[in-house]
Design a protein around this ligand. Structure first.
Ligand SMILES: C[S@@+](CC[C@H](N)C(=O)[O-])C[C@H]1O[C@@H](n2cnc3c(N)ncnc32)[C@H](O)[C@@H]1O
Length: 232
């Protein structure tokens, strides 16, 4: 047995729809995208979907014209919902999570298979560089859903982002953040790493309610979304 076999597995479904988007033609059928996410209960943080994930995935869906054909890398992907949505929209995706957690990477591969999409799955531990990272193509987007959850790791996440932005200086790092304490602040670290952040109001991309993509995971959590770029 692989250990996971004894844990409780299930598949969560998310549904993204263009219905009701500003500028949508009334006589056109809405675009609907379904993403299936295999989860394992009572296991590590990365084996179930966090409230930030549907919010970031909804941003990707809303920005689908920019994501189609783009090179995208997701950090700390866990169950990889934003990556699945990006891949379904035609992005070329690299899904990453902690290199020391092969069961997470196996779950990402299973998620991609379930959704019949192709993507590269890589171990990427924040703050560390591996030979595979050096071979990545230039990226347009770096994604992170709830990767700033443990304050001592904040700078390690940004160290990885800074490394990726060195070879892709025009890439955008888009992350969704769950506010767990008002005392936490990323600003000094962003300044240290020569980055700037712009908050995108959730209403701009249809993620301002307690339910997003048919899921009530976001609920009443305080979730924010930011786009980070290098300071020129
Ligand atoms: C709170 S979970 C979020 C998972 C997923 N992005 C989501 O929103 O559903 C944090 C994720 O970061 C990953 N992680 C934690 N420490 C890491 C590290 N040092 N390097 C890379 N990934 C890490 C965990 O394995 C987990 O998948």
């Amino acid at each position: 047995m692989d250990g996971l076999a004894t844990a409780s597995r299930y598949v969560r479904t998310f549904e993204f729809s263009s219905a009701g988007e500003a500028g949508a033609a009334v006589d056109e059928a809405p675009l609907v995208l379904r993403a299936l996410v295999p989860e394992v209960l009572n296991r590590s943080y990365g084996l179930y979907t966090w409230p930030c994930a549907p919010v970031l995935a909804q941003y990707v869906f809303h920005e689908r014209r920019r994501f189609a054909g783009a090179h995208v890398l997701e950090l700390g992907a866990g169950t990889a919902l934003p990556s699945i949505v990006a891949a379904k929209l035609g992005a070329r995706v690299t899904v990453t999570d902690c290199a020391a957690a092969p069961q997470l990477l196996a779950n990402c591969r299973r998620a991609l298979e379930l959704n019949a999409v192709r993507a590269t799955v890589l171990g990427l531990s924040w703050g560390l560089v591996s030979p595979e990272l050096l071979q990545l193509p230039p990226l347009q987007f770096i994604l992170g859903s709830d990767v700033f959850y443990d304050e001592p790791l904040f700078e390690e996440v940004l160290r990885s982002v800074a490394f990726l932005l060195e070879t892709s200086p025009h890439a955008e790092f888009v992350f969704s953040y769950q506010e767990r304490s008002s005392e936490r602040c990323l600003e000094p670290l962003l300044v240290k790493w020569r980055m700037q952040a712009r908050q995108v109001p959730l209403a701009e991309f249809g993620a301002d309610g307690p339910a997003v993509a048919g899921s009530d995971l976001p609920g009443n959590h305080s979730i924010q979304l930011y786009v980070v770029t290098l300071k020129q």
